[in-house]
Write a protein that binds this ligand. Structure first.
Ligand code: GRF
Length: 208
């Protein structure tokens, strides 16, 4: 059974999707620890309800970015997790984090990478930018993280149509429900079954 550590900052709907996928048996795994960058994250409540241990690791409690990154690395290592998932984690971590768990950290991003991603593209900004550009499809991407912000090997993408009357909020909600909460558990399942291989910046799926 794959041990998974999930990093969160907010509502935790993606965390919930992973917990549900494990509890239903869709994924042969278990969320063994949740790390939040904020004490207020509702995701912490979700962890508690499922008896999952959690830690709050806040940037402001550390004297440097390196010390903060190291604290997150130590917490993940202590949890014994074999896969780390950044599910709406809003703090930027240093390269040591990627190097500590190579090709074992997944991120979910609410656009079709390489559109609307990278520095500054988080939260509603992503959807505002998509609407401002007038794209007709958008979606979400699950990828392994590397040293480039949103630049790591892509695992799965799912697209939806942008509707004429979409607002950033309506688009965000549809992408969360119809894309993120579907492809994240799917990516975790593939990882748990050993079906993902990374070659440079390309992910190959042995089930295709
Ligand atoms: C999602 O839109 C995710 O793509 C982004 O942050 C949001 C997290 O939502 N990175 P939640 O905390 O999983 O509900």
């Amino acid at each position: 059974m794959l041990k998974i550590c999930v990093l969160v900052s907010g509502g935790g709907t993606n965390l919930q999707a992973i917990i549900d996928a494990c509890e239903s048996g869709y994924v042969d795994g278990k969320v063994c620890h949740v790390i939040s960058s904020s004490v207020k994250a509702y995701a912490l409540e979700r962890a508690k309800r499922h008896n999952i241990p959690s830690s709050v690791i806040r940037k402001k409690d550390y004297s440097s970015a390196d010390a903060y990154t190291q604290a997150v690395i130590d917490s993940v290592a202590e949890s014994g997790a074999e896969l780390v998932i950044m599910a709406g984690f809003m703090s930027i971590l240093g390269d040591q984090f990627v190097q500590a768990f190579p090709n074992r950290i997944m991120n979910i991003h609410p656009s079709l990478i390489p559109s609307f991603c990278g520095k500054g593209f988080y939260g509603l900004h992503v959807h505002e930018a998509a609407l401002a550009r007038g794209v007709k499809i958008t979606g979400a991407t699950v990828h392994f993280i590397n040293e480039v912000c949103d630049g790591g090997p892509i695992i799965i993408q799912k697209a939806i149509e942008v509707l004429q009357d979409d607002t950033p909020e309506s688009l965000q909600l549809r992408i969360m429900k119809e894309c993120e909460q579907k492809i994240l558990p799917e990516a975790v399942k593939l990882f748990a079954e050993g079906k993902l291989t990374v070659e440079g910046n390309i992910v190959r799926r042995s089930d295709r």
